[in-house]
Design a protein around this ligand. Structure first.
Ligand SMILES: Nc1nc2c(ncn2[C@@H]2O[C@H](COP(=O)(O)OP(=O)(O)O)[C@@H](O)[C@H]2O)c(=O)[nH]1
Ligand SMILES: [Mg+2]
Length: 338
């Protein structure tokens, strides 16, 4: 079934795209096989991450940026993330209403992701939805996250350009801000520049960036001022975004970093798969009260079905001895659920 959906999505069917996103969100179907096909069509989109404290104006800016990119003839996919909320309500719902102007535009697709549907793997779900968007043909992908915690930092690893939005009142945020956010920002925006203190905030940030600047850093992080609400400074922001994308395209990807990210992605896919197989296997095991979890785990490592599957497909692997039944070993239930 997913093959038909994929085919439809590749031919531009938005409903198919929407259903595939739901599959990714709910972790249903053979996602590894599905995403392997999606991956083949990826690599064209400019992925932009937008982060910063709640209320800074991220959604308003996203809305303005959508309009800007649409005017330039680019198609835009938007992922709005709310990791704190178990339901995608509240702020994200508000965001969707704010962005509703674009709802009838065929060149725009807005989707919110919460931690509920994604089974805890919010960064993996985000990465995969972003890949679906890329394969679908969106030239620009905007990912809005709330806050500056670990989830946001993880998500910012998935993008080409990271935009950090602050306001004139964000002094405390900068003080408490983890050093990480300064390092990951490719562009800073001081939004709500209609308020007092925007100039000072802009100057402070510029100084901080100057102090932290290293020699090998070829990109100078711009600190821009915007008034998203009044649509001021948005054109300059759009230009800075495009300039950064051109810069990283020209510079080429850092091979070492690319290798690191690639390995961590493979590790994430593998460990998710193994974890889910472990849980499936545990369903088939009957325990009595005195079981020692270490002994069960030890035994499982010896006769784990997921390892066996792998081993049996490799003729060079030495044959296993038939496992001896120890009193602590779990017994397999008759029928294996899959
Ligand atoms: N004064 C002022 N308010 C703004 C500006 N941009 C956005 N806002 C308001 O700030 C509030 C929060 O905006 P929102 O985009 O939801 O922030 P988010 O939580 O970062 O996504 C809303 O009431 C916006 O209307 C601006 O440039 N100036
Ligand atoms: Mg928002």
């Amino acid at each position: 079934m997913s093959d038909i959906l994929l085919k439809k999505m590749f031919s531009g069917d938005r409903l198919a795209l929407s259903r595939l996103i739901s599959m990714v969100e709910n972790r249903s179907g053979d996602l590894v096989a599905l995403m392997a096909q999606v991956q083949e069509r990826c690599g064209q989109a400019h992925r932009i991450g937008i982060t910063g404290p709640p209320g800074a104006g991220k959604s308003t800016l996203v809305d303005r940026l959508i309009a800007q990119f649409r005017q330039a003839g680019k198609r835009v996919g938007v992922i709005a993330i709310d990791p704190s909320s178990p339901f995608t309500g509240g702020a994200v719902l508000g965001d969707r209403i704010r962005m509703q102007d674009h709802a009838s535009d065929e060149g725009v697709f807005i989707r919110s992701l919460g931690s509920r549907g994604s089974h805890g793997g919010l960064s993996r779900a985000t990465r995969e939805v972003s890949k679906l968007f890329d394969a679908f043909g969106f030239e620009v992908i905007l990912i809005e996250t709330v806050g500056v915690g670990q989830t946001e930092l993880d998500i910012m690893e998935l993008v080409d350009t990271t935009l950090v939005i602050l306001t004139p009142e964000s002094g405390d945020t900068i003080q408490t801000m983890k050093a990480g956010i300064l390092e990951i920002a490719d562009i800073f925006v001081v939004n709500k520049a209609d308020r007092d203190g925007a100039d000072r905030m802009q100057a402070e940030l510029t100084v901080m960036l100057e102090i932290g600047r290293t020699h090998e850093q070829a990109w100078t992080v711009p600190v821009l001022a915007t008034q998203a609400f009044h649509n001021i400074g948005v054109r300059e922001l759009g230009e800075a975004l495009t300039a950064h994308f051109a810069f990283i395209r020209k510079q080429g990807v850092n091979q070492a970093k690319r290798g690191l990210l690639f390995r961590s992605e493979v590790a994430e896919i593998l460990s998710d798969e193994i974890k889910s197989q472990v849980h499936q296997w545990l369903e088939t095991v009957q325990f009595d009260r005195n079981h020692n979890p270490y002994l069960v785990a030890q035994q499982a490592l010896k006769e784990a079905p997921w390892l066996l599957q792998h081993a049996s497909s490799r003729p060079s692997t030495p044959r296993r001895k038939s496992p001896s039944r120890s009193s602590s070993a779990p017994t397999r239930k008759k029928s294996r659920k899959r």
